[in-house]
Design a protein around this ligand. Sequence first.
Ligand code: BV8
Ligand code: ZN
Length: 247
Amino acid sequence: MFSNDFLMGLLRAEHIVVFTGAGISAESGIPTFRDAQTGLWEHYDPHALASPTGFIADQALVWGWYEWRRMQVLEAAPNDAHYAIAELASFVERLTVVTQNVDDLHERAGSCGVTHLHGSLHHPRCFDCGSSYAFPSGLPEEPAGGRRLEPPRCSECQGAIRPGVVWFGETLPSSAWEIAEQAAMACDVFFSIGTSGLVRPASQLPERAKLHGAKIIQINATSTPLDSQVHYNFQGRAGEILPALLQ
Ligand SMILES: CC(C)NC(=O)[C@H](Cc1c[nH]c2ccccc12)NC(=O)[C@H](CCCC/N=C(/NCCC(=O)O)S[C@H]1O[C@H](COP(=O)(O)OP(=O)(O)OC[C@H]2O[C@@H](n3cnc4c(N)ncnc43)[C@H](O)[C@@H]2O)[C@@H](O)[C@H]1O)NC(=O)OCc1ccccc1
Ligand SMILES: [Zn+2]
């Protein structure tokens, strides 16, 4: 599967960026955005739920959706793709993980300094004053009827607590975007793993890296707009391809 010059190129790399999307958590049982709307949430547009307008329109529906997703993440475990990335970091000089995912599976697999471009399910805050909110320990309460759950109230201003994620129409945390852009422009190898590459500005990172001379490697179960841009394209499941890389 991997040519010698591919492997030599990798081991000679000074700085590797690993850019991931929902596809890397699929083998941990976390539905991707594309197939998130299965069963319970089948008839809900994820972009509508993942937006300030969606929250203002129906706080309990949106909070219920995010508690359902947080429950899945708490009950899930990293898969071999997450572990392979954590292990790869020990073979190379510098490795930066940049993810669009709001789960903590990279960290639970041992990756350090993971940059979350779109926030995290584990850091909620007040919609009005921004004060942080600490979840009670244990699993989230099962939303009644599986969907609606009133969000908790802020202890500072009684405002509604919102998920600590970046919603559509919201700008990315400038510090996270800064780190991701700098890493993409400085790296010599850029992996794009498990992402359909349709959401901006994150989707601009691979081409930014290529413009600055990096070798672009895609690992994805299906073809994406990146196919024609990359130097190496491995179509398949990340949980099978990445561990094979380290054999
Ligand atoms: C949909 C898209 C067109 N929209 C955008 O890009 C918009 C900008 C925009 C607005 N209108 C537009 C019109 C045209 C173009 C762009 C826009 N972007 C924004 O709004 C961003 C904010 C974007 C962040 C939104 N938040 C997320 N997540 C957090 C929340 C939450 O999670 O609930 S995005 C969310 O969706 C994206 C899903 O994509 P993927 O991760 O790639 O997942 P997907 O399911 O799509 O694909 C999975 C892939 O894995 C593969 N796969 C599956 N299994 C495996 C497997 N086992 N192994 C390997 N691969 C596998 C599959 O084949 C598939 O290819 C991720 O980024 C994820 O984080 N902010 C912004 O631009 O601010 C400035 C601004 C402000 C005001 C107005 C204008 C601009
Ligand atoms: Zn508040």
